[in-house]
Design a protein around this ligand. Structure first.
Ligand SMILES: NC(=O)c1ccc[n+]([C@@H]2O[C@H](COP(=O)([O-])OP(=O)(O)OC[C@H]3O[C@@H](n4cnc5c(N)ncnc54)[C@H](OP(=O)(O)O)[C@@H]3O)[C@@H](O)[C@H]2O)c1
Length: 274
């Protein structure tokens, strides 16, 4: 059985559809009924880790993923421990590029979980992707995206490629524990990304670069409280310093094909920007 947490999210939905569609025995872990997933599902919540542990049996493969909230690190570490107790054969976990204990925001939280997983004794694959193309539409308002990324290229990946990598790893023989740095097509500056969005939408779209304090103030005006707004603005500047520009060949290595292009993503998600 392949047990899929975060099954209603960007990656989980694509993964569940792909695995179930190819006849694999899947169980989607959900917080509310999800008949549209097309897979058997069971209710459970990371806030009560034992509800997820109770769904695991010896030999299962577990896809470990969810959104982030304050209890995220403890909940994921508890589920990893329960998976070890249950005799799970493999955990494929979603982390983030440059995850490390002590790093900023989600990168620090994922760093703690990744470290716990590596020591758990359960065979693992830790997926460390660049930023998600699928979350970009929410950053464009009235044709404008504000950010403190600067003007250097930053890498983004289509979450369907992350799902494809996870599907390949969950359905092939379990390999040695490894981190997978997953990147998308060649990196673009945010102005160039706005230009691509404009081309697909057929109207003016622009990226406006702000300094870190300006971006923090902008986020506060959007309702994001301090210190989170400041951290987020700093994080954008850090990922925009060139460190998130290099790409890897890992998606192609695992799936046998190149990552989806910006054009493929924008064509399929045009409606989300409208
Ligand atoms: N956004 C980015 O650019 C980026 C980049 C790199 C890594 N990441 C990482 O990617 C992960 C998010 O992946 P995603 O985009 O596929 O997810 P997503 O679309 O944000 O969906 C989150 C999923 O987690 C589930 N979930 C949240 N809290 C839960 C809980 N307490 N118990 C059970 N399920 C819960 C949600 O269920 P409901 O439907 O019930 O809410 C949903 O299925 C995060 O770990 C994030 O750090 C994100």
């Amino acid at each position: 059985m392949i047990v899929i947490t975060g099954a209603t999210g960007n990656i989980g939905r694509a993964l569940t559809g792909r695995l179930h569609g190819h006849g694999h025995d899947t169980l989607a872990v959900v917080r509310r009924p999800a008949d549209d997933l097309g897979s058997p599902y069971a209710p459970a919540d990371f806030d009560e880790p034992r509800t997820i542990g109770a769904l695991l049996s010896p030999g299962d493969r577990l896809f470990l993923n969810s959104g982030i909230w304050p209890g995220f690190v403890d909940a994921h570490r508890a589920v990893i421990d329960l998976a070890a107790e249950a005799g799970v054969a493999q955990i494929v976990a979603v982390s983030v590029r440059d995850a490390a204990p002590g790093a900023r925001l989600g990168m620090g939280m994922h760093g703690l979980i990744d470290a716990h997983l590596r020591k758990s004794g359960v065979p693992y694959a830790i997926l460390q992707p660049s930023g998600f193309m699928q979350t970009l539409p929410r950053d464009f308002h009235d044709g404008t995206m504000y950010g403190s990324y600067g003007h250097t290229p930053v890498n983004y990946i289509d979450t369907r490629d992350i799902a494809d990598v996870a599907a390949a790893l969950l359905t092939s023989p379990v390999g040695p524990g490894r981190d997978y740095l997953l990147t998308g097509p060649p990196s673009l500056s945010h102005s160039a990304i706005a230009g691509q969005v404009a081309e697909v939408l057929g109207r003016e779209v622009r990226y406006v670069n702000l300094s870190v304090p300006e971006m923090a103030a902008h986020l506060e005006r959007q309702g994001i409280p301090q210190p989170f707004a400041g951290e987020l603005a700093e994080l954008q500047a850090e990922t925009g310093d060139g460190s998130w520009a290099p790409t890897t060949g890992v998606v192609e290595e695992v799936t046998g094909r190149a990552p989806r292009t910006w054009q493929a993503f924008l064509t399929d998600h045009k409606h989300a920007f409208a």
